[in-house]
Ligand binder design. Structure first.
Ligand SMILES: *Cc1c(COP(=O)(O)O)cnc(C)c1O
Length: 397
C-alpha cells in the first residue's frame, strides 16, 4: 500500500527549518563547517594553505610520529573496531592498560573510558545525583555540562563565572533547605572560551565545608598545566571527587575518562547508560592514547614552549589590541559584535591565518571573539607572523 504524503517542500518541518536558517543568517550567527585537509600546523582550505591558530591540539601531539606509529601498532596488535560495548566483549587489554595508566598518573583509584567528553559528562550528571539533589554550576561551563545539568534528575543552579560569594550563597541555601541534600559543584579547570582558570583551591575548601562533592571538567587543563601535565587540580593542589579528562585536546586524539574512586567507577559501570550501551573506542585508539599519556608526562619541553610562545605573542602585539593574557594557550581577543568578529576572522584568513570567530550562543551575547590558540608545534616565526598580521588587520578595522 502506498501512503500519500504532503509534498515535501510544504511540510511544516520544512517551513520551520527554513525560518530558523534565515534567522541565523540575519543575526550573523550562521555556522558552516570548513572542509580542511591538514599537514603539520597548516590547514588547507579551497586551495590555500593557512596557519592554524584554532586547534585544541595544544601539545602538538595530533601529528606526532610517536602517536601515529602507536596507532598503527595498535591496529596490528588488536585489529580495527572493539566489536562491542564494554560489558559485552568490547573491553580489551589496551583499554585496561590505559585506564590503569591514567589512574596512576592522576592519583585516582579508577579511570573509566568514554567515547567523548560530552557523553562522559552526561553519564555522570544523569546517574550520580537524584531528584532531590542540587547541581551547582559555573555559568560559563561547557555546553555539554549545561545540557547534562538540564536533563539530569537533579535541580540545577548556576553561579556567575568564578564568583565565589555567589557559590557560597548557593551552598548555604542548599544546606539550609535540607541538611540531607548533598550538592554537586561543577566547574571547569580552564574555561574553554576565555582561557582563564577557576579558583579551585577555594572552591574545594567551600565544598568540604558544605559537604558537597566537587567535579572538575579539565578538558583544557589536562596535559597543559600542573606537574607532568596533571592539570588544573594538580596546579591548585586539590583533588576533585570526580575529574573529567578528555582526549580531544592536549592528547591529540579523542575520547574521555571519568576519574573517581572504586565504588563510583563500579556504580557507573552498573548504571551509566552512555557507558553500557555504547561501543567502546577501538583498542588501537586506546593504545595510541597510552603513548600520548606517556609523552604528556615526559615532554616538559612542550609546556615550556607554549609558555615561551605566549610571551613572544604578547611582546609583539601592539598594546592597543585587547588580547587577554592568560596562563593557558587560549588567548581570546574579544570583539563584541558578531558580524565584526566574522569580518576580522575573514581578513586574517585572507592573509593566511586561520583564527575562528566564536559567536553566541557559544559565548555570551555581545562578546563575540577571536579564540586564538597556540600549540607546541607552532614556531617562533609562526607567532611573529600572527602578531604582525593582527597588528595590521585590527588597526585596519
Ligand atoms: C571539548 C570539551 C568537552 C567535550 O569533549 P569531547 O570529547 O569533545 O566530546 C567537554 N567539556 C569541555 C570543557 C570541553 O572543552
Amino acid at each position: 500500500m502506498i501512503y500519500s504524503t504532503m509534498p515535501l517542500s510544504n511540510h511544516r518541518f520544512n517551513h520551520k527549518i527554513k525560518h530558523a536558517l534565515e534567522a541565523r543568517e540575519t543575526q550573523g550567527l550562521y555556522r558552516q563547517r570548513a572542509c580542511l585537509s591538514r599537514a603539520d600546523q597548516s590547514v588547507y582550505h579551497q586551495g590555500a594553505s593557512l596557519l592554524n591558530f584554532s586547534s585544541n591540539d595544544y601539545l602538538g601531539l595530533a601529528q606526532d610520529p610517536t602517536i601515529l606509529s602507536a596507532w598503527q601498532e595498535g591496529l596490528t596488535l588488536f585489529g580495527a573496531g572493539s566489536g562491542a560495548s564494554p560489558l559485552v566483549t568490547g573491553f580489551h587489554s589496551a583499554h585496561k592498560t590505559l585506564e590503569d595508566q591514567l589512574a596512576d598518573w592522576l592519583g585516582y583509584d579508577r579511570a573509566l573510558l568514554f567515547n567523548s567528553g560530552f557523553s562522559a559528562n552526561q553519564a555522570v550528571l544523569f546517574t550520580i545525583p537524584d531528584k532531590h539533589d542540587v547541581l551547582i554550576q559555573d555559568k560559563l561551563n561547557h555546553a555539554s555540562l549545561m545540557e547534562a545539568g538540564l536533563l539530569s534528575p537533579a535541580t540545577m543552579r548556576r553561579f556567575a563565572h568564578n564568583d565565589l560569594s555567589a557559590l557560597t550563597r548557593l551552598l548555604h541555601q542548599t544546606n539550609d533547605k535540607s541538611p540531607s541534600i548533598n550538592p554537586l559543584v561543577i566547574t571547569e579547570g580552564v574555561f574553554s572560551m576565555d582561557g582563564d582558570l577557576s579558583p579551585l583551591a577555594t572552591i574545594s575548601e567551600q565544598c568540604s565545608q558544605h559537604d558537597a562533592w566537587l567535579m572538575v571538567d579539565d578538558a583544557h587543563g589536562c596535559g597543559v598545566l600542573g606537574d607532568k601535565g596533571r592539570g588544573s587540580c594538580d596546579l591548585a593542589g586539590v583533588k576533585a571527587d570526580i575529574l573529567i579528562v578528555t582526549f580531544g585536546k592536549a592528547f591529540g586524539l579523542s575520547g574521555a575518562a571519568v576519574m573517581c574512586n572504586n565504588d563510583t567507577a563500579e556504580y557507573l559501570i552498573q548504571f551509566a547508560r552512555h557507558f553500557i550501551y555504547s561501543t567502546s573506542m577501538p583498542p588501537s585508539q586506546a593504545h595510541a592514547l597510552s603513548a600520548a599519556c606517556r609523552l604528556i608526562q615526559s615532554d616538559d619541553w612542550r609546556r615550556e614552549k607554549l609558555h615561551d610562545l605566549g610571551h613572544l605573542l604578547f611582546e609583539n602585539v601592539e598594546s592597543s589590541i585587547q588580547l587577554v593574557d592568560t596562563h593557558t594557550p587560549i588567548k581570546p581577543l574579544i570583539i563584541g559584535d558578531s558580524h565584526k568578529a566574522l569580518s576580522v576572522s575573514n581578513a586574517l584568513k585572507a592573509k593566511g591565518l586561520w583564527v575562528s570567530a566564536i559567536r553566541p550562543p557559544t559565548v555570551p551575547v555581545n562578546s563575540a571573539r577571536l579564540r586564538i590558540t597556540l600549540t607546541a608545534a607552532h614556531t617562533e616565526q609562526d607567532i611573529r607572523r600572527l602578531a604582525t598580521t593582527l597588528n595590521e588587520v585590527i588597526n585596519d578595522e
